[in-house]
Ligand binder design. Structure first.
Ligand code: AMP
Length: 413
């Protein structure tokens, strides 16, 4: 007996129904915002990922040598592959370039609820523009995708790494100390942060001021110095568009750091509080990767939504995804009527209806029970009496009501 590898999942038909339904919703939302779908390979050269994150990432991903001795990796995310693709083939496309993807990703994570070793991300990259209206549209898109999936409660937080860096500079924090501080900020371990800053000689007043700013959720209260004035204005504009035009509730959170490895300026996260520990559904922002891949500098921003977690969150909130059902289940009441049943099935299938025929040559009781188990909306019973009248009996599986319908009329169903 084999089991699926740790951290991977098999999806039965009822799960796939849900996943395809959500995929359609996501695809459609991207499209109505002017994004076009792309696909990249499931594996890339390992360097595509080590380039931006360093060799440390190798411990967290699936990497291997192929038979030609090349170092490859299963993609842990899609931003780097999309930028690799952009630099290789799409740089000459008119801007802005709005690209989206839905694809599986692989990480050597410790599996738990909402955390898998193979999972799906739905995301996009916006290349060539970073005006406040562009970033507001990007954030509104992420938010609306999650709402369109059926989620009710999501928290949207927006941060700014340029502002955060200026705060670091103001406090005279060295790059080395930043490396220690950033994970503490990311995890909101403010007590530990306090102690660390105290140890490196930051004054009590300055630490308290810094923590107050990190915890501030209203941009209008942010202390503005000359160096960050422009950035604060841009961030204010983004909030303005989101609140006033898109009617989206959002809060400032300067403690969003997103690893800091390639993001800059505005960053954002969307969480589903109902999920507890693994509540982060989406992360994104403005980043700089194109020059790293050898391309000509161009503004770029994007986000990635954890597809599996978004479904989990909607279901935990009580959302019931529609289930796909068979329109007609056809039951021949004797073996001599099998051919006629298939003929009728083909008439209905050619109309685009979802039709199944009983293939097991079983009695009506068992066939009806099966039709019920696959949620068939109606069954078509074909017996000798019906055939004498060139008709079939159609039974509504919900009400149990039956009616005689001429075969000729099935074309008009
Ligand atoms: P990241 O690329 O790490 O910013 O991840 C983007 C989103 O993907 C996260 O907000 C999660 O919702 C989702 N995600 C990341 N890692 C996993 C995982 N191991 N299993 C399921 N979802 C994940």
């Amino acid at each position: 007996m084999f089991e699926a590898p740790r951290g991977t999942r098999d999806f039965p038909p009822w799960e796939m129904d849900k996943r395809r339904y959500v995929e359609d919703k996501i695809r459609n939302t991207f499209k109505i915002y002017g994004y076009r779908e792309i696909q990249t390979p499931t594996f890339e050269h390992l360097q595509v990922f080590t380039l931006k994150s360093g060799d440390a990432i190798i411990d967290e991903i699936y990497s291997f040598k192929d038979k030609g001795g090349r170092d490859l990796a299963l993609r842990p995310e899609l931003t780097a592959p999309v930028i690799r693709f952009y630099v290789e083939k799409l740089q000459m496309e008119p801007k802005p370039l709005k690209l989206f993807y839905i694809g599986n990703c692989f990480r050597y994570d410790r599996p738990q609820k909402g955390r898998y070793r193979e999972f799906t991300q739905a995301g996009c990259e916006l290349i060539g523009v970073d005006t406040p209206e562009a970033i507001a549209e990007l954030i509104a898109l992420a938010y609306n995708i999650l709402r369109n999936i059926g989620l009710k409660n999501v928290d949207l937080h927006i941060g700014d790494l340029t502002i955060l860096s200026t705060l670091f500079k103001k406090l005279g924090i060295s790059d080395e100390n930043k490396k220690e501080i950033i994970p503490l900020i990311d995890k909101e371990k403010f007590d530990e942060l306090y102690l660390f800053m105290q140890n490196i000689g930051v004054s009590k007043d300055e630490i308290e001021w810094f923590l107050d700013v990190l915890k501030m959720d209203d941009i209008s209260k942010l202390p503005v110095s000359d160096e960050i004035e422009e950035e604060v204005e841009r961030l204010k504009d983004v909030f303005g568009f989101l609140r006033d035009i898109y009617s989206i509730d959002c809060k400032m959170k300067l403690s969003i750091v997103r690893g800091l490895d390639y993001y800059k300026d505005i960053v954002f996260e969307i969480e589903a509080p109902i999920l507890g520990a693994e509540k982060q559904l989406c992360g994104g922002g403005i980043y700089e990767l194109i020059p790293l891949f050898g391309g000509r500098e161009a503004p770029s921003a994007g986000f990635a939504i954890g597809f599996d977690r978004a479904i989990l969150a909607a279901e935990t909130e009580g959302y019931r995804f529609p289930i796909s059902t068979i329109d007609y289940y056809i039951i021949p009441l004797s073996t001599s009527l099998i051919s006629k049943s298939i003929e009728i099935a083909q008439i209905l299938r050619n109309k685009g209806l979802l039709v199944d025929v009983d293939l097991m040559r079983r009695g009506i009781g068992k066939a009806l029970k099966y039709a019920g188990s696959i949620n068939a909306k109606q069954t078509i019973l074909l017996g000798p009496d019906e055939l004498d009248k060139n008709a079939v009996t159609i039974r509504d599986m919900v009400t149990g009501e039956q009616k005689l319908v001429l075969i000729e009329e099935l074309k008009n169903l």
